[in-house]
Design a protein around this ligand. Structure first.
Ligand code: PLP
Length: 315
């Protein structure tokens, strides 16, 4: 039931056609990433990851003995530096791991950027691990493109997705992978022997989420969009901070280098003022920024904005 709902979703939303045996329901997107890492990577392999990125990727690559290579994005904009990515690929590079919309930066990579990733992967014969867990959270008329849909990408891409973001089912621990059979079979083997499958009764709920809850997801994303606009404005009013427009997911990633403080120092001052953020240095290549989540009420966000402004002054 859930496999067929995922199969239909991939066709409907992403234009991708997979057989049932090419989709695996996993214990969260995290397990999907671990399965992909263990199935595709060998000790000594390198994985290119546009940075800053979600720190679990380092640990997940390390399970397979592979080495994550953090490739810095364009400064401030937090979009892909394609020349840097090309330059980082070498004989040991086995895969590129892309996450759009992005945690922590909130960037949504454009069609051209993603096509360039696909082209690079074809050119260098790399696997693509595409973490699309925030795909429904894109704003300002932007569009999400599945990496597997670009020419030459399908046969080398493992798509990672899940239910914890768009459907706010974080504690349910449900995710999935979709990949061509050659890649899906070894991942499924790892999955079967590690977890068998996530709790069976949850599958029904997830199938309903995929097939019947589109309107609720759209309403939730509209609410995130309202919060995003308030947060974006507020962050650019804080002295020494500059925040690029958050384009997707539910994160803002202001550059705080104008304060001449480290991200840890800014974090400490904010904590004392009653605002919780994540200091940028906890993300590879993220020093100089902060990650803020706007997955909280508008009221909380407005209070946080007042506290941030009084802690650092108005720009
Ligand atoms: N991928 C990214 C980029 C995330 O931010 C997260 C959760 O924060 C996950 C994967 C993990 O998702 P799940 O809760 O489905 O394991």
């Amino acid at each position: 039931m859930l496999l067929s709902a995922i199969q239909q979703k991939l066709k409907r939303d992403n234009g991708l056609e997979y057989g049932m045996d090419e989709i695996t329901v996993t214990v969260g997107a995290k397990e999907a990433l671990v399965d992909a890492s263990l199935a595709l990577l060998d000790p000594g392999d390198e994985v290119l990851i546009p940075a800053p990125y979600w720190p679990s990727y380092d640990a997940i690559a390390a399970f397979a003995g592979a080495r994550p290579v953090a490739v810095p994005n364009e400064p401030l904009a937090q979009h892909l530096d394609l020349e840097a990515l090309k330059g980082a690929a070498n004989g040991r590079t086995k895969a590129i791991l892309v996450n759009s919309p992005n945690n922590p930066t909130g960037a949504v990579y454009s069609k051209d950027e993603l096509k360039a990733v696909a082209d690079l992967s074809v050119d260098k014969d790399l696997y693509i691990i595409s973490d699309e867990i925030y795909e429904h959270m894109v704003y300002g008329g932007r569009k999400h493109y599945a990496l597997a849909s670009f020419p030459g990408a399908f046969e080398r891409t493992v798509t990672i997705n899940g239910f914890s973001k768009a459907f706010a089912m974080t504690g349910w621990r449900l995710g999935y992978t979709a990949a061509p059979r050659e890649l899906a079979v070894p991942m499924r083997r790892i999955h079967m022997h590690a977890v068998t499958h996530p709790a069976a009764f949850e599958h029904r709920a997830a199938a309903v989420a995929l097939t019947e809850c589109g309107a609720s997801v759209r309403a939730m994303v509209e609410e995130y969009d309202r919060r995003r606009q308030v947060v974006h404005g507020a962050l650019n009013r804080v002295s020494g901070w500059r925040c690029p427009e958050p384009e997707g997911a539910f994160y803002a990633f202001p550059d705080i280098r104008g304060t001449s403080l480290t991200s840890e120092q800014v974090f400490e001052r904010l904590l004392a003022a009653g605002v919780q953020v994540i200091p940028g240095h906890l993300f590879p290549k993220g020093e100089g920024s902060l990650r803020l989540s706007y997955a909280t009420s508008l009221e909380n966000l407005k209070t946080a904005a007042e506290r941030m402004e009084s802690a650092f002054g108005r720009a």
